[in-house]
Design a protein around this ligand. Structure first.
Ligand SMILES: Cc1cc2nc3c(=O)[nH]c(=O)nc-3n(C[C@H](O)[C@H](O)[C@H](O)COP(=O)(O)OP(=O)(O)OC[C@H]3O[C@@H](n4cnc5c(N)ncnc54)[C@H](O)[C@@H]3O)c2cc1C
Length: 492
């Protein structure tokens, strides 16, 4: 049995810790913040409760599988609520489109706003499913580390996953209406990329939400972080909060332990780092343990976009909001050029609002709402100055929501908190504030993500959204699974 340190209590770290403890290892998680969850977190004030990170759960079978591998049953830890209305979309011209988990109900909506695209909708879902079936086993569920992993890739399948064109070009060829074009292009943002740059393979994401389903977790998405901590505790994992790991130590490229911010040296044979891969290779490994080639690689990779978050406790309920609501920008192309080409916040951003008090009244006082407002933001560059810009940007977003039908929003605010891209770095050490690891803005980026095991350092494994297979809750859980598989290949 090994003594294992897990650096960071994000979803990847918590999942890996539970899997390792279930196999009888002695596991300690060290987290720099006061509680677990990382980017999946929560905020409470004056009777309002907010998730501050994820708001939509997909592919719950990956999570169920994690609990099963730990000898437990997901339903004893979490209550998943399937969403009937997946999301309500408001377009700039005032058109409203409700997207349901029931395809027939969605088709009725499409026949109302874009009848010319109804047949294409059904065809596109089966195209998306086809990409999923060709990539799930060979890419997502494959650690892609050793020769034998790569030999499991079916190159015939890879030719059929639409990697040679972009998300946007494929969608423009299939759909006629701007409504459906914008609707399908937004899914690329689920891994922080641009539909105008990313390969059309990412058109797999609509299948994941529209066919496999979108879920809410009773109590809020943060219940998942709490459930994973409880799972780990039940299996014997120990958690240390408010403690930063400063260095991974070792000799002859073999891990011997870690040093904390308070100078404590803790010996261990194995480290699982859930700190961003860029942070791990650039800051946690130094001196004889430094891996210069990997450091260059992670620093060169383009991060995913970041996010600008407003948490608004309002003294009223807005009828135009569902549980999830999108207000599209007037110029979608320009918004992505701002984010990924000019790397500046958009002046006309697409605005996403999650309103969990719509589903759970306890998340806001009676007759009030807890609005989580998110717009995509560029990752941090030398020109970022969120400290001086954040209040003006928050006011711009609130004004735009008022213009889009949330009358009196500004005056209704009783609680207000802002999270900027700079804070995603300061708080969670996310590479340049990115919220989904690296972007998928070029054809090969999915294959260039750091592996779940360090190639040049014995005893170091990596988990989290910045590693293979990528960001978002389900993929992050898979990253933990891969890291543990690679560890088992080495030690069991
Ligand atoms: C605003 C927002 C909205 C999102 N929406 C969704 C969504 O709807 N659905 C979805 O599936 N995903 C969503 N995501 C993405 C999802 O949150 C992430 O992919 C996932 O939570 C990342 O988990 P992770 O394992 O990479 O860990 P992280 O969340 O990055 O956590 C890493 C942890 O390690 C700690 N740490 C780092 N360095 C050290 C160190 N040196 N010492 C000690 N501790 C350290 C950090 O403090 C942190 O707690 C969203 C993210 C954000 C921010």
């Amino acid at each position: 049995m090994k003594t294992i340190i897990v650096i960071g209590a994000g979803i990847g770290g918590l999942s890996a810790a539970a899997l390792l403890a279930a196999k009888g290892h002695n596991v300690t998680v060290i987290e720099r913040n006061e509680r677990a969850g990382g980017k999946m977190n929560e905020f409470r004030q004056n009777g309002f409760r907010f998730d501050t990170g994820p708001s939509l759960m997909t592919m719950p079978f990956i999570l169920a599988d994690l609990f099963k591998s730990c000898g437990k049953d997901l339903v004893d830890y979490l209550n998943l609520i399937p969403l009937d209305l997946l999301c309500r979309y408001h377009y700039a011209d005032g058109t409203v489109f409700n997207c349901y988990s029931d395809t027939e109900k969605t088709l009725q909506e499409i026949r109302r706003i874009a009848p010319e695209d109804a047949d294409a909708y059904v065809g596109f879902l089966s195209y998306s499913k086809n990409i999923y079936e060709r990539t799930a086993g060979s890419f997502l569920e494959n650690p892609l580390y050793s020769f034998s992993d790569f030999s499991n890739l079916n190159f015939f399948d890879l030719l059929k996953i639409d990697a040679l064109t972009t998300v946007s070009k494929r969608i423009d060829r299939v759909f006629h209406s701007d409504y459906m074009r914008m609707f399908f292009k937004r899914f690329t943002t689920y891994n922080g990329s641009s539909p105008y740059l990313a390969p059309a393979t990412l058109n797999v994401i609509p299948h994941v939400e529209l066919t496999l389903g979108g879920y809410y977790l009773s109590g809020g998405l943060y219940s998942l972080a709490s459930a994973l901590v409880r799972l780990g505790t039940d299996l014997g994992v120990k958690y240390h909060y408010n403690e930063t790991v400063k260095n991974i130590t070792g000799k002859n490229r073999t891990v011997h332990g870690i040093i904390t911010g308070s100078g404590e040296e803790i010996a261990c044979n194995v480290v699982f780092s859930n700190s961003d891969a860029a942070e791990t290779y650039s800051h946690l490994l130094s001196g004889p343990m430094a891996d210069k080639a990997m450091r260059r690689k992670v620093e060169k990779a383009e991060p995913s976009c970041s996010g600008f978050v407003l948490l608004l406790g309002t003294d009223r309920i807005f009828d135009s909001l569902g549980h999830h609501t999108i207000f599209y920008s007037g110029d979608y192309r320009r918004e992505f050029d701002d984010l990924f080409v000019h790397k500046r916040p958009s002046e006309d951003p697409t605005i996403y609002v999650a309103n969990t008090s719509h589903t759970e009244t306890g998340h806001a006082p009676a007759g009030m709402s807890n609005l989580f407002v998110l717009v995509n933001a560029p990752y941090l560059t030398n020109q970022s100055d969120w400290e001086s810009e954040k209040d003006d940007y928050a006011s711009l977003i609130i004004r735009q929501l008022e213009n889009r039908g949330l009358k009196g929003l500004g005056d209704s605010i009783r609680v207000k908190s802002i999270i900027t891209p700079a804070e995603f770095y300061e708080k969670y050490r996310s590479n340049r504030g990115s919220i989904y690891g690296t972007s998928s803005n070029d054809r090969l980026s999915a294959f260039r993500r750091p592996s779940n095991k360090a190639r040049n350092i014995n005893g170091l494994y990596l988990t989290g959204g910045s590693t293979h297979p990528g960001g978002g809750i389900p993929l992050t859980v898979l990253s933990a699974r891969h890291a543990v598989t690679l560890f088992q290949r080495d030690f069991e």
